[in-house]
Design a protein around this ligand. Structure first.
Ligand code: ARG
Ligand code: ZN
Length: 843
C-alpha cells in the first residue's frame, strides 16, 4: 500500500490532553490512556480511526460507556459523539518480545522506547501522526529505581513516578525509560537565567564514559543560544544510553535516547572519530528541540524539514568547534560515498519524497545529508544576514506548529523577496545534477559556460534545470588569485558568464566549498590539477584538486593498466611537507576516493567497473605513495607524535589522523614493525586500533587480534570494532570467509543492531569483498538479511541498501546479485520494510 503526499488530510479531532499510565511488566505491560478529543473545525468529516498494532485491547470506553469499536490489523474505528468526548482504553503489550526495537521494548533488562516514525501505535491506540500534537501526562508504575518520561518530573514515590510535558508534541516524540540506571549529572543555566538539570543515564559500569557527552551537551546548549538565539525550555534534560537501538539517537522531548555507541566514550575505548561523531550527534539531537520538536513536521513527507535543517545546524556546530575546512571535506566525502549512489540508483528519491510504503525506509542520506546541502545552498544564495532573519521568522511564525517545506521556503521568500519556485526543485526532483564546464579565452575576456543535466529516473522522469550556486575564484598562472571567491547563480540548462579585463588566461577554481551537491565535469589536464593542488587559495578546492588527480590516476590504472601518475605523487608530497598546513587537512589529502566511488565514476563513463581491478589499482597506488614518500614518512611520524595527555580535541585528533595515515604507508615498507611497536605501547583506542588495522592488513596480526579480544571482551562497543576491523582490513579473498567465521563467533548476536552492522555492514562496505565475482558476498548478506527480517525489519531493510549499486557490475555479478535479491524477496512473510526495499532495488 502506497501513501501519497497528495492524499494529506488533517485529522478530524484535536487532542486537548493525553494521560497515560504504564504498569510495567516484561511480558505484559498494561497501558492505560485517557484522551480528551474535540472536533477539529478545519478537517473534513471522517470516521474516527486510531492507529494500533500488536496491541491486546483490554477495554475501551467513550465518556465512560463501552465503545463500539471495530479492530483491524492497523488500528481501530469507533462510533463517536458529534462534539467533544473522552476516550479511555487499556491495552497489554509485550516489551520483552519486542525485538524490532520499535515501540516499548527491553534492552538488557531496561525498558525503553523508540516511537519515530510510527512506533507509538505499538504502545496504545492513538492518532499516530506528527500533525496531531498534545500535552502529555505520564504515570509509570513498576519496581525499578529510575523511571523517566518526557517533560518535567512530577510526583515520585514507592513504585511510581509521574511526568508532565507542558509542550504539545506529536506521539513520535514520546519516550519512556525504566531500569537500574545511574546518572552522570550536571547543570546548565540558560542565558535568561533558567536553571536546567542535566543527566546522562547509563548502566552501572558505564559511569566513566559520560563526561565527554555531557560537555558536548553543554556546548550545544550554549551554541544554540549564541548562534540561533534558541534556549532550552524545560527544567530537566535527560539523555539515556541504550545498547540495542536501530539508529544513532532520538530527540524525544526532554528525554533523548541514544544508541550507546553514539554517546558513551572514553580515551581507552573510543577513537578520535568516535568522539567527534558523539559530539555531533549530541548536538544534533539537542538542536532538534527547536528544529523538530517546537516546530515539527505536518506529515512524514516533510521529514527533511527537521532532519535536513538539523544536520545543517550540527555541521555548523562541528565547524565552529573544530576545523571548518576539514568538516566540509569530510561531509563532501560522505555525501559522495552515501548519497550520490542513492541518487543515481534504483532507490533515488527527492529530498522531499511524494510517496512511500514504509516511512522508515526514507531515513536516508538524501533526506538527511542532501537535505542539509539544500539548506546550505539557500544560505549561500540569500547571504548570512538574510538567513538569520529568515530563521528568526521561522521560529517566530511557526513555533508550536506542524509544518511543510512550503512553510519553510515562504519564510525565505518573505524575508528576502526572492521567488524560490525554481529553487524548490531541489526538494522535489531526484538525481544529482551533472555540471559540465567549458571555457573560452579571447584577448582579456574569459568566458565560462556551464551545462547542467540530471539523469531521468523513475522518481523524476523529466528533470528541469535547478538553481546551482557556483562558488568560484580565478587564479593567475603564477598562482595569485585574480578574482576572489564569488557565487554565480546558474539557473539555465546552459549558461555563460563573462570575466573581463584579465591580463592572462586564468585557471578557474570551481565549486569552492562544494557550494552545490553536483558532479562537476570539466575536461581538465593533469598540469592544471597539479597547479591547483599546489596553489589554490581555497582549501576545499585545493583538496579537491588532489582528490581529482588521485581519481584520474586510479581510473587509468583500473581501466587501462596505467602506471601511477607522477604529478599526483609529487603534488601530494609537496602538500605533506608543508608543516604550516593543519595535520587533519594533510591526512585528508592522503585519503583516496573510495572504491565504490571509483566504480560509480567508471560506470558514469560507460565502463563496467571491475572491483578486483579497482582494488588492485588502489593497492598499487598506495604502495607507490609509500615508496615515493619514503624519506618523508619518519619525519611526519615524529611531527604527529603527541606528548600531552590524551584529549579528543581537533588539534590532537588531527595529528593522530595524519599519524595513522603515515603508519599505514610505513607498514607497506617495514612489514608492520612500526605498527607492532605502536600497538604495544598504545594507551588510547585511536592508536591501538590504527595499529591493529595495519597489522591485519599486513597479515601480521595473529597475536594482536587475540590479545585485543582478551583485553576488551567485557566491552561491547570495543568488541564491535574488533568484529568490523577484521573484515574491513581483510583482503578481497579473505573478507567473505572472515565475515562468515565472525557470524559464527559466540559473541555474534544478530539481535543487537550494532553487532550485526559491525559484521555484515563491514562486509557490505568492503567493495571488492562484497562484490566478489563468485557471488559469495551477496549470498552471505542475503542469508543474514533473511534471518534478521522476522526479528528486526527496520535494520534488515536498511542493510539491504548494500545491493543498491548491483546493476553497475558485469553480467556474472549481476546474476548473483539478482539471485540473492530474489531469494530475499521470495521469503515467506517478509516484512513490509524489506519488501519495499528489495522491490525498489530490483525494479
Ligand atoms: N530523528 C532521529 C534523528 O535523526 C532518527 C530516528 C529515526 N528512527 C527511525 N526508526 N526511523 O535524530
Ligand atoms: Zn535528526
Amino acid at each position: 500500500q502506497t501513501i501519497l503526499l497528495s492524499d494529506y488530510t488533517p485529522f478530524g479531532w484535536q487532542l486537548e490532553k493525553v494521560e497515560l499510565t504504564f504498569i510495567l511488566a516484561p511480558r505484559a505491560t498494561r497501558v492505560k490512556s485517557r484522551i480528551a478529543f474535540v472536533p477539529n473545525p478545519g478537517a473534513p468529516a471522517q470516521d474516527f480511526f486510531l492507529h494500533g498494532e500488536e496491541l491486546t485491547l483490554i477495554s475501551a470506553t467513550i465518556d465512560g460507556t463501552p465503545a463500539d469499536t471495530h479492530l483491524t490489523s492497523e488500528g481501530l474505528t469507533a462510533k463517536v459523539p458529534d462534539g467533544a468526548f473522552t476516550w479511555e482504553a487499556e491495552v497489554e503489550i509485550d516489551p520483552a518480545n519486542n525485538t524490532a526495537l520499535e515501540g516499548l521494548y527491553m534492552s538488557n533488562g531496561m525498558y525503553c522506547t523508540q516511537c519515530e516514525a510510527e512506533g507509538f501505535r505499538k504502545i496504545t491506540y492513538y492518532p499516530d501522526r506528527p500533525d496531531v500534537m498534545s500535552v502529555f501526562s505520564v504515570r509509570i508504575e513498576g519496581d525499578l529505581p529510575v523511571m523517566l518520561s518526557n517533560g518535567n518530573p512530577g510526583k515520585k514515590g514507592d513504585g511510581f513516578a509521574e511526568w508532565h510535558d507542558p509542550w504539545p508534541k506529536p506521539a513520535y516524540l514520546f519516550a519512556l525509560v525504566a531500569g537500574e540506571l545511574v546518572a552522570h549529572s550536571d547543570h546548565f543555566t540558560t542565558r535568561s537565567g533558567k536553571p536546567v538539570d542535566l543527566n546522562l543515564w547509563v548502566r552501572p559500569g558505564d559511569e566513566g564514559k559520560c563526561a565527554f557527552g555531557m560537555e558536548a551537551l553543554k556546548k550545544s546548549m550554549t551554541w544554540d543560544e549564541e548562534v540561533y538565539g534558541r534556549e532550552y525550555d524545560l527544567d530537566v534534560f535527560n539523555i539515556v544510553a541504550v545498547d540495542d537501538f536501530n539508529m544513532g539517537a532520538m530527540e524525544n522531548k526532554g528525554l533523548n535516547i541514544f544508541n550507546s555507541s553514539a554517546v558513551l566514550a572514553s580515551p581507552e575505548t573510543s577513537t578520535d572519530m568516535n568522539f567527534e561523531r558523539i559530539e555531533a550527534i549530541i548536538a544534533h539531537e539537542y538542536f532538534h528541540n527547536w528544529t523538530g520538536n517546537r516546530i515539527t513536521c505536518r506529515d512524514w513527507f516533510q521529514l527533511c524539514l527537521k532532519e535536513g535543517l538539523t544536520v545543517f545546524r550540527d555541521a555548523q556546530f562541528t565547524s565552529d568547534m573544530r576545523s571548518a575546512p576539514v568538516k566540509r571535506i569530510q561531509d563532501t566525502i560522505d555525501l559522495r560515498a552515501r548519497q550520490f549512489p542513492e541518487d543515481s540508483g534504483p532507490l533515488a528519491h527527492p529530498v522531499r519524497p511524494d510517496h512511500y510504503q514504509e516511512i522508515n525506509n526514507f531515513y536516508t542520506a538524501t533526506v538527511y545529508e542532501k537535505g542539509a546541502e539544500v539548506i546550505g545552498m539557500l544560505k549561500t544564495l540569500v547571504g548570512d544576514d538574510a538567513y538569520k532573519a529568515a530563521l528568526d521568522l521561522y521560529f517566530d511564525r511557526h513555533d508550536g506548529q506542524a509544518c511543510t517545506i512550503e512553510d519553510w521556503l515562504k519564510v525565505f521568500e518573505d524575508t528576502t523577496g526572492r521567488d524560490l519556485t525554481q529553487f524548490k526543485r531541489w526538494y522535489t526532483q531526484a538525481g544529482t545534477p551533472r555540471v559540465t564546464v567549458s571555457e573560452a579565452w579571447d584577448d582579456g575576456t574569459y568566458t565560462l559556460t556551464f551545462r547542467q543535466e540530471t539523469k531521468p529516473s523513475a522518481a523524476t522522469p523529466a528533470p528541469q534545470p535547478q538553481v546551482i550556486p557556483m562558488a568560484l575564484g580565478l587564479l593567475n598562472p603564477n598562482g595569485d588569485e585574480v578574482r576572489p571567491t564569488e557565487v554565480l547563480e546558474i539557473t539555465q540548462a546552459e549558461q555563460s558568464f563573462v570575466f573581463e579585463d584579465l591580463a592572462s588566461k586564468p585557471v578557474p577554481s570551481l565549486l569552492r566549498g562544494f557550494s552545490a551537491p553536483v558532479t562537476l565535469d570539466r575536461e581538465s589536464t593533469t598540469e592544471e590539477r597539479a597547479f591547483l593542488l599546489a596553489h589554490d587559495t581555497d582549501s576545499f578546492t585545493r583538496w579537491e584538486a588532489g582528490n581529482a588527480l588521485a581519481r584520474q590516476t586510479l581510473l587509468d590504472m583500473a581501466a587501462k593498466g596505467a602506471a601511477p601518475e607522477p604529478a599526483y605523487l609529487d603534488g601530494i608530497q609537496a602538500v605533506l611537507r608543508d608543516a604550516s598546513l593543519d595535520p587533519a587537512y594533510r591526512a585528508l589529502m592522503l585519503a583516496l576516493p573510495t572504491q565504490s566511488d571509483l566504480a560509480g565514476t567508471l560506470k558514469d563513463k560507460g565502463i563496467t567497473p571491475d572491483p578486483d581491478a579497482i582494488w588492485q589499482a588502489v593497492e598499487t597506488l598506495r604502495q607507490a605513495l609509500a615508496e615515493h614518500l619514503q624519506d618523508l614518512l619518519p619525519r611526519l611520524a615524529a611531527e604527529t607524535h603527541v606528548d600531552a595527555p590524551y584529549s579528543p580535541d581537533a588539534e590532537q585528533a588531527g595529528k593522530r589522523a595524519l599519524g595513522g595515515a603515515v603508519l599505514r604507508l610505513l607498514t607497506r615498507l617495514d612489514g608492520g614493525k612500526a605498527a607492532a611497536a605502536q600497538y604495544a605501547k598504545a594507551d588510547n583506542m585511536t592508536l591501538q586500533l590504527s595499529a591493529l588495522g595495519c597489522l591485519i592488513s599486513a597479515g601480521k596480526d595473529e597475536a594482536e587480534v587475540q590479545a585485543f579480544y582478551d583485553q576488551w571482551k567485557h566491552d561491547r562497543l570495543v568488541i564491535d570494532k574488533w568484529f568490523g576491523l577484521q573484515i574491513m582490513q581483510a583482503t578481497p579473498e579473505a573478507s567473505v570467509p572472515t565475515a562468515k567465521a565472525l557470524t559464527e563467533h559466540p559473541d555474534f548476536n544478530m539481535k543487537n543492531p550494532n553487532r550485526f552492522r559491525a559484521t555484515l555492514g563491514a562486509l557490505a562496505g568492503h567493495h571488492a569483498g562484497f562484490h566478489a565475482a563468485d557471488g559469495s558476498g551477496y549470498a552471505l548478506l542475503a542469508d543474514w538479511l533473511i534471518r534478521l527480517d522476522p526479528v528486526n525489519p527496520q535494520t534488515t531493510a536498511r542493510m539491504s541498501t548494500a545491493f543498491q549499486t548491483w546493476t553497475r557490475y558485469d553480467a556474472g555479478r549481476q546474476a548473483h546479485a539478482r539471485a540473492a535479491l530474489e531469494r530475499i524477496a521470495a521469503t515467506p512473510g517478509l516484512s513490509r520494510d524489506t519488501t519495499e526495499m528489495v522491490q525498489r532495488i530490483l525494479a
